[in-house]
Design a protein around this ligand. Structure first.
Ligand code: NAD
Length: 264
């Protein structure tokens, strides 16, 4: 028996949709073992707040601490596997004429699950740029799969950021930090897609970080059917046409099964 009660209207709107936008946040990767920012942090990093890492001020104060925090997250993301929610979205893309995943995540799991059209609003743990002039730097993390290097980071041994081969400045992760503007190109593409979609799925986001949180509102104002999947209520819940209060790894595969069994 289905654990998630799916309204018939949601199935029909998804089946008829020519264009779908899925906005995802940290919650979709929680079942892959990647903690959200609001989950309790353990180990060395528990003594810090996220503002100690994810701001330009944090980088100016202690770039080795910030670099090491992101090295830790990158290596965790590399070890993680896409979960049934990532896989279900990739499958939905295969059966929809025009589907875009707009993610606030930086872990690369949508692409690894097979999603082809992914807009990364907040950058990626796997790309790097010069901290001085923002040009892309092709740095390779040779310790990505090194358990000892991961343990050293967990014990509190910091790594120094690498150096830009062009100008000698420090290299930083290509991540959009709090207090930094959203890059114009991905944002424009995401806003256009939100305005043009028939269904907007909002999965695993607290819908608190702007401007990403405005995308579902933009979609709904343009006539889209709004579906939220999140075990907790958010500011978006009362605006959604259907809010599934369930884990993404349960609700999305069930939604896909319901779509498949209603097809034809
Ligand atoms: P958030 O931490 O603010 O909220 C996570 C949301 O996911 C919560 O509302 C929670 O109820 C929900 N959630 C938890 N488990 C879930 C599950 N199994 N299924 C569905 N939903 C679940 O995350 P956010 O809204 O993405 O915003 C925080 C910022 O942190 C983002 O900008 C993002 O870039 C960054 N971040 C990224 C990652 C990642 O790449 N995996 C992880 C942590 C934080």
């Amino acid at each position: 028996m289905s654990k998630v009660v799916i309204p018939q209207e949601a199935i029909e709107r998804l089946r008829a949709a020519r264009a779908i936008v899925a906005l995802t946040g940290a919650g979709i990767s929680a079942e892959s073992g990647i903690p959200t920012f609001r989950a309790p942090v353990t180990g060395l990093w528990s003594q810090y707040r996220v503002e100690d890492f994810a701001t330009p001020g944090a980088w100016r104060r202690n770039s080795a601490l910030v670099w090491s925090w992101y090295s830790h997250r990158r290596r965790l993301a590399y070890r993680a596997q896409p979960n049934p929610a990532h896989l279900a979205l990739a499958e939905l893309e295969r059966r929809t004429p025009n589907m875009i995943v707009v993610t606030q995540n930086v872990d690369g799991l949508h692409q690894r699950a097979g999603s082809r059209t992914v807009i990364e609003l907040h950058g990626s743990l796997f790309r790097f740029r010069c901290a001085d002039d923002d040009t892309a730097v092709a740095w390779e993390d040779h310790d990505i799969d090194n358990a000892e290097a991961l343990e050293r980071l967990e014990r509190g041994e910091l790594e120094a950021p690498p150096v830009c081969p062009q100008c000698g400045a420090q290299v930083r992760p290509d991540i959009v930090w709090f207090e930094e503007p959203m890059p114009r190109k991905p944002w424009g593409a995401a806003a256009n897609a939100a305005q043009a979609c028939d269904v907007c799925l909002v999965i695993g986001t607290s819908a608190l970080v702007y401007p990403a949180a405005s995308l579902p509102q933009l979609a709904k104002a343009s006539g889209a059917y709004l579906i939220e999947i999140n075990p907790e209520a958010t500011d978006l819940t009362r605006r959604a046409n259907w809010s599934a209060q369930a884990r993404a790894g349960v609700a999305l595969p069930e939604l896909l099964r319901a779509l498949e069994s209603s097809a034809g």
